[in-house]
Write a protein that binds this ligand. Sequence first.
Ligand code: ADP
Ligand code: MG
Length: 337
Amino acid sequence: MGSGQVNERDTMTDISKDLELVGVTKRYGKTVAVDAINHHFRPASYTCLLGPSGCGKSSTLRMIAGHESVSDGSILLGGRDISHLPPAKRGTAMMFQSYALFPHLTVLDNVAFSQKMKGVDAATRRKAAAEMLELVDLSKLADRLPDQLSGGQQQRVALARALITRPQVLLLDEPLSALDPFLRIRMRTELRKLQQELGISFLHVTHGQDEALALADEIVVMNNAVIEQAGPARDVFNAPKTEFVARFMGGHNVIALPEGHFAIRTDAVGLADQGQLEAAVTAVEYQGTHVSVTTRAIGDQEITAVIKDAEFFENPKAPGDTVGLTWAQDSLHRLIN
Ligand code: ADP
Ligand code: MG
């Protein structure tokens, strides 16, 4: 066994390192794009950085990758401060969009390119690239040029090109946004599977809450340059802490009651003759398995109840009807603001 292989095995047993952000800040002139964020990413996990456009997701990712300098704070990987290391020395890799592939190089040579730059000999780098292509299921297309591939295949080449550096953390910035809806769902399944096979951390930036829910072990919700809430995907969805998170994750109502502001899942609200709140039905939308009933309650609050179809049709409602809105007390989640 060559020394190259021994090395590779050593890194393979030692890949699940913690990534930690400590007071990380990014300023562009007077704009504060990322404002002193702290987060400990769990090792070997799939994390989605979720938030609306302009909230600082890409800046955060690029600072972790080393493609953007840190204005303040530190980035630690496995306890080591990597904040000022060049991208290739960090143990991270960024998956670039597929249009960054070299058009004149074959798929195999595109994947082997970074190793060529490092001076790895042709046989070794071609073998490594072939292994990566097998991982992303593209072995048969190794000799093609990028423009002879579909969008999804090009994306898998981009993925192989990032993974050949054997990163501890793979960084992906909106990797599915250029794909059509069908491919997007297929590709996200593949990303998830790959992360589990490799046992490394994936950090995936998205503005789509459905994508984050489908993929992530952990969701970090950003808004206005700060982290609003972070935690396991189900916790963030079920128990949003702020009105912003409740509305951004969707599937929730925000209700103002004398005791404060609360989030409640739309499917936790029921309809009855008498309930906790009286409301007028404003719209009824049939959704197949469920019916979405929108109402207006006291204080001009819009509250939606999503009712199972069979239950709704036992006692159907129409716009203009007065209903009582009901819920179990423990389905209310108090909001901080
Ligand atoms: P996101 O990826 O969440 O959409 P970004 O990190 O790209 O957000 O941007 C966050 C903020 O920083 C935005 O206000 C954006 O306009 C600003 N910004 C991003 N990159 C630059 C840059 N290179 N120069 C100046 N401002 C920037
Ligand atoms: Mg972005």
